[in-house]
Design a protein around this ligand. Structure first.
Ligand code: ADP
Length: 469
């Protein structure tokens, strides 16, 4: 069932309930007021007449009643102990026998309608239904001169009853029409209000993975639907970005792998043709193939690392790490790897961090390898580690070729490399190192700052939270 119809139905049910409660209350109120007036007039007349009958003898009482009749609309009839009518204010009015008969029937049949009508009335007042004619009936007994007289009081309430029946019917049909109108209007209105929702659904059905640049038209409704459309567009934007990044990653990775693969093919061809007869060529080919295979292996490892990181499958085994030992170790290694540079480690303070040792080592290696790569021979590389009480501040500074301000924003992007012609021997890396370092830093809450000036050098400042455990 469409949500617009559901909403319309819910509102109509609520409206119907409100209508039923308010209209019933109104009807009961009117009912009470009208019947109460009739009830009072007959009861007062009966009480007054009973009092007068007790005070006087029957003849003068009848005389009084004849002269000044009771409250208009109330019929009085007096019978003696032999059920003979000795006075009747309106002789053509319904006979006492019929009234008594009807009362007996009521008692025998015990119909719910009769019960409801009589339950609100005082004990001695009865509501009698003659199909198209309704009356209130009460009686009083007076004892006079060894005679028992019965005073019968009757009051027509046909007009009141008819009015109430008419009113009830009118209210019922008016309510029904109201509910119907509310269902139709509610349906049309909610359909109009929910139109943006069906637009969103239609659009979403149309969007294909190859066509993520489509957007939902946002109606300025300033409500949840506008928010939904905006959120959806933002999600599409993120998806598109992610998808494009993925596509770019695959295409860059293939591109990067093609070069070593082509080189390996070329050299293996050469080896097959001339290598057998010429040991020097064979040697040259094998060295080149080996070097390219190593390059390829490194590249594949980096790609795998990033792929695992993207899929959130990169597992970290965090533990407490003695930074002093780690930095000393890494500085020693760097000196060994780069004998043509001056590697120093003047400040190496004591401190522990909670991290994955392999990852931290890998991250520091990436920065140091870059310093080695992008610092001409004879250059200086300075490693320092300072404990400021909250974090270990590790600095890796070189006086190498530096990075342009414009380029600084981009070097953490995957496969991004600054013009390789500027680098030592024109050889650059894969452009993946800093992306990996950035991921590791993020996974350990490490802040990376980069300070660099072309031809002056680069400093990487890492703020690593201390182990609080
Ligand atoms: P690569 O494998 O190319 O070194 P990275 O992601 O590690 O990839 O670095 C991206 C780019 O940032 C490099 O191509 C290089 O131009 C620049 N870069 C990184 N570190 C330094 C540095 N210490 N000095 C100068 N340039 C650097």
């Amino acid at each position: 069932m469409p949500i617009s119809l559901k909403l319309a139905l819910i509102y109509s049910i609520m409206l119907s309930m409100i209508l039923v409660i308010t209209l019933s209350a109104t009807l009961i109120g009117i009912h009470y007021v009208l019947y109460r007036e009739a009830e009072i007039s007959i009861t007062l007349s009966a009480d007054y007449a009973e009092k007068k009958a007790n005070e006087k003898d029957m003849q003068s009482f009848i005389h009084d009643v004849e002269k000044s009749s009771l409250i208009p609309g109330v019929v009085i009839r007096i019978t003696d102990s032999g059920n003979n009518i000795i006075y009747d204010s309106v002789p053509r009015y319904i006979s006492i026998e019929k009234v008594q008969h009807s009362l007996e029937l009521q008692q025998q049949n015990r119909r719910v309608g009769d019960y409801i009508r009589n339950v609100l009335l005082p004990d001695n007042l009865k509501f009698i239904d003659f199909k198209h004619f309704w009356i209130f009936y009460t009686q009083r007994t007076v004892e006079k001169d060894d005679n028992v007289y019965t005073l019968h009081f009757l009051r027509t309430i046909t007009a009141e009853k008819a009015f109430l029946t008419e009113l009830g019917e009118t209210i019922f049909y008016a309510g029904l029409v109201g509910v119907l109108i509310s269902i139709i209007c509610g349906f049309l209105l909610s359909r109009k209000l929910l139109k943006p929702l069906s637009d969103i659904t239609r659009k979403v059905k149309e969007i294909e993975i190859q066509d993520l640049n489509q957007r939902i038209k946002v109606q300025p409704t300033h409500d949840e639907l506008e928010e939904l459309a905006n959120t959806f567009n933002l999600m599409l934007e993120r998806l598109q970005k992610g998808f494009e990044q993925q596509r770019q990653f695959v295409s860059d990775a293939s591109h990067e792998l093609r070069t070593p693969a082509t080189v390996i093919c070329g050299y293996s061809d050469m080896l097959a043709r001339w290598g057998k007869d010429d040991p020097q060529t064979a040697d040259e080919c094998i060295t080149a193939i080996h070097s390219e295979a190593i390059n390829m292996q490194r590249l594949i490892e980096k790609l795998l690392f990033l792929a695992r990181a993207d899929q959130k499958r990169q597992v970290l085994h965090k533990e407490s790490i003695d930074m002093q030992m780690l930095i000393a170790d890494i500085a020693k290694d760097t000196q060994l790897i780069a004998p043509q540079h001056t590697v120093s480690c003047s400040v190496n303070e004591d401190g522990y961090i909670f991290a994955d040792p392999l990852c931290i080592r890998q991250m520091l290696r990436i920065f140091l390898d870059n310093s080695i790569k992008y610092t001409p021979d004879g250059g200086k590389i300075e490693i320092s580690s300072h404990n400021d009480g909250k974090q270990m501040v590790v600095k890796i500074a070189d006086n190498g070729i530096g990075i342009d301000k414009e380029e600084q924003k981009k070097i953490f992007e995957r496969f991004y490399r600054v013009d390789t012609a500027r680098t030592k021997n024109g050889v650059g890396g894969t452009g993946l190192g800093l992306s990996i370092a950035e991921w590791i830093a993020k996974a350990h809450d490490i802040k990376i700052q980069l300070e660099s000036e072309p031809d002056k050098g680069t400093t990487i400042i890492l703020s690593i939270p201390l182990d609080r455990g």
